[in-house]
Design a protein around this ligand. Structure first.
Ligand SMILES: Cc1cc2nc3c(=O)[nH]c(=O)nc-3n(C[C@H](O)[C@H](O)[C@H](O)COP(=O)(O)OP(=O)(O)OC[C@H]3O[C@@H](n4cnc5c(N)ncnc54)[C@H](O)[C@@H]3O)c2cc1C
Ligand code: SF4
Ligand code: SF4
Ligand code: SF4
Length: 464
């Protein structure tokens, strides 16, 4: 029997979730940084008895149940539940926001995730919420915490585009009885669901999983580069908010960074064109994200995301969409609306999907990317999408996939081999070469995806 080090980590598909290190019965694994600013498990000592548990809980290890299997087990028998291959199971899809304006402005989107976690504690459904807080250690910056008060839950509001791993908190849950809710990205929650299939303790104690939609996660270097551009040298960044909102803005996506340096000075910086392009074009993206097919946290009781819908893109306070799967999550949200704590409106499935353009990347383009990886000699993980030659894709979209790999692979190495000043020069030269077909490819994909989605919508209307 082998451990996770010889499988997922060796093959380069570790997303850094920390579930393996959190469940290892002998505490043989610990999470540490690799040279590319990503978390990976490392072996602290040889296994006296190779139990294989670390492999069976890993979201990127072959042979484990996939999101379809886990989703069916969890939600397949709920009366009147719907299922679509893109989202998994759902009872309701709605868009909305918290009524409390201060809370909404502090949040990443419409503040529904924090409201939901707050409600779980207030109603005594859980004893504690596992969410992410800032952490005063320059390399780590963020960590999962056990929040036992409403204030501690609210302190976690906002989106974190920085690696954060769960191993310590998972060990805490294993050793401390109680009812916990956990918020996380789809890959982490899949790992936790796999762990629950192996552990009665985790099954009983983790009573609610709250997901965030996810297109990709970044290595530490994305943040460190953005901070360096704002005049904060490496090692002097003490804190960062990625999505500061300004209610005077004209568009929901006009966020600013708010950095705090080690002297406590706060520096606000716009997401400039370069950082925006880097974010959207796989610069510093973790390699596991290149072969991830779960956008909507299909193993979570509820998933929250941005409402990139026409009527909300000009709402600078932000708006969320939720996909509720379990009865309890659905009821809590519906009751919140009835009590006037959150506002909402129903969102048609196709409408929601049309707002998430990354979905095409995660599904239609994934088969072709898997083939590219295979051709490059990589061991390719088994996904719900099979490797294809991409015959139905346009040349532009194929070229876009290749460019993304180039940016992702070479961008990763540039920080190890060069200084920060060279990174911008390198990126602009790569971008100048690829920008025309990447932009066109994205547009083609977006409109093609929208046409297919709208087509399906009209067919479903016509059938009804
Ligand atoms: C890496 C990443 C990628 C994303 N990609 C997309 C996308 O492509 N499309 C889309 O629509 N939405 C995406 N989201 C989700 C979106 O950014 C918001 O987080 C979501 O809409 C919830 O907003 P809210 O206002 O309801 O949450 P808030 O009320 O602000 O609460 C957010 C909660 O999430 C927790 N949290 C934040 N970051 C992390 C993290 N990295 N890991 C675990 N918990 C975390 C916080 O601790 C807090 O409890 C992404 C989020 C992240 C972190
Ligand atoms: S369980 Fe998570 S941290 Fe461990 S190897 Fe798998 S992906 Fe990496
Ligand atoms: S095989 Fe078992 S003991 Fe060895 S690292 Fe994995 S979980 Fe730990
Ligand atoms: S894209 Fe997938 S693998 Fe990457 S962080 Fe998001 S859920 Fe995890």
């Amino acid at each position: 029997m082998t451990t996770i080090i010889e499988t997922t980590v060796k093959n380069g598909f570790c997303c850094g979730c920390g579930v393996c290190a959190g469940v290892c019965p002998s505490q043989n694994l610990a999470m540490d940084w690799n040279i590319y600013g990503e978390y990976n498990p490392v072996r602290l000592q040889d296994c006296k008895h190779e139990c294989g548990l670390c492999v069976t809980v890993c979201p990127f290890a072959d042979g484990n149940p996939n999101e379809d299997d886990l989703g069916k087990l969890l939600y397949g028998n709920i009366p009147q539940i719907h299922h679509r291959s893109e989202t998994g199971y759902f009872l309701s899809i709605r868009a909305g926001a918290v009524i409390n304006d201060a809370m909404r402005l502090r949040s990443a989107s419409g503040g529904l995730a924090t409201w939901f976690l707050d409600e779980l504690l207030r109603r005594d459904i859980v004893d504690a919420v596992i969410c992410v807080h800032h952490y005063d250690e320059p390399r780590k910056l963020f960590k999962f915490v056990v929040a036992r008060s409403i204030d501690a839950i609210h302190e976690g509001a906002g989106s974190v585009y920085y690696p954060v791993e769960i191993s310590e908190v998972l060990q805490y849950i294993r050793h401390n009885p109680g009812r916990y809710a956990i918020i996380g990205l789809p890959c982490l929650l899949k790992g936790l669901r796999l762990a629950q299939t192996k552990s009665v303790v985790l099954r009983e104690r983790i009573v609610m999983m709250v997901g965030l939609a996810c297109a990709n996660q970044k290595s530490t270097y994305f943040t460190r580069y953005a901070a360096w551009k704002a005049g904060i040298p490496d090692g002097e960044l003490a804190g960062i908010s990625y999505r500061k909102k300004n209610p005077e803005n004209s568009l929901a996506r006009f966020f600013t960074f708010q950095f705090r340096n080690s002297m406590g000075k706060v520096i606000t910086q716009k997401w400039d064109d370069e950082i925006g392009l880097m974010y959207h074009n796989r610069f510093c993206t973790i390699h596991s994200c290149d072969c991830c097919d779960d956008m909507f946290a299909e193993c979570a009781d509820v998933c929250f995301m941005d409402a990139w819908l026409p009527e909300y893109i000009c709402e600078p306070r932000g708006t969320s969409v939720w996909i509720a799967r379990s009865m309890m999550a659905n009821e809590l949200l519906i009751e919140g609306v009835a009590q006037g704590l959150i506002c909402d409106r129903e969102v048609n499935f196709e409408e929601m999907l049309a707002g998430q353009s990354s979905m095409r990347w995660k599904r239609e383009l994934l088969g072709y990317r898997l083939t590219l990886m295979h051709n490059a000699g990589e061991t390719v993980p088994t996904k719900r999408v099979v490797p294809t030659e991409g015959k139905i894709l346009s040349k532009l979209e194929k070229a876009r996939c290749k460019a993304a790999f180039e940016i992702q692979r070479d961008g990763k190495k540039i920080f190890v081999t060069s200084g920060y000043a060279e990174v911008g020069v390198w990126f602009s030269s790569v971008w100048n070469n690829v920008s025309w077909y990447v932009k066109l490819g994205r547009r083609v994909g977006k409109y093609y995806g929208m046409c297919v989605t709208l087509g399906k919508y009209f067919v479903s209307k016509w059938k009804n």
